[in-house]
Design a binder for this molecule. Structure first.
Ligand SMILES: [Cu+2]
Length: 131
């Protein structure tokens, strides 16, 4: 009799444990959704001196024109690590690997500067025309 009571009490505790652990994951899920809503995804408006690095491993726009002595802002909103590597002689210093945020490159000299991301190859490329 005494042993039977102990066993049935233990099974009640186990059921209770399952119930409370089931609410745990739900609570965690809600919390992480809330975090996503609280932190908006990075945005980038392409053009007018800004090149967006977007999902699909693309520069947008892939061709952009700026006046000599001005700069281009490369804004990585892709969530992926990229770089900006120039292949034209006399181009500005390359932008090393970066996974988010903006990098500003000044173009002092007129010319047409080809660049690409060496991580993703020539399929992720662009041109800066400095006038
Ligand atoms: Cu890349």
């Amino acid at each position: 009799m005494h042993i039977f009571k102990v066993v049935s009490l233990a099974s009640v505790i186990l059921i209770g444990g399952c119930g409370s652990s089931a609410t745990g994951p739900y609570g965690g899920g809600n919390g992480s959704n809330g975090g996503g809503n609280g932190t908006p995804p990075p945005t980038c408006v392409p053009g007018s001196g800004t090149v967006c690095l977007v999902s699909g491993n693309q520069f947008n726009p892939s061709q952009i024109s700026v006046a000599a002595g001005t700069s281009i802002t490369f804004n990585n909103i892709s969530g992926t690590t990229h770089n900006v590597t120039f292949t034209t002689a006399g181009a500005p210093t390359n932008v090393p690997d970066f996974s988010s945020g903006t990098k500003v490159v000044v173009f002092p000299t007129a010319g047409t500067y080809d660049y690409h991301c060496t991580i993703h190859g020539l399929s992720m490329s662009g041109v800066v025309v400095v006038q």
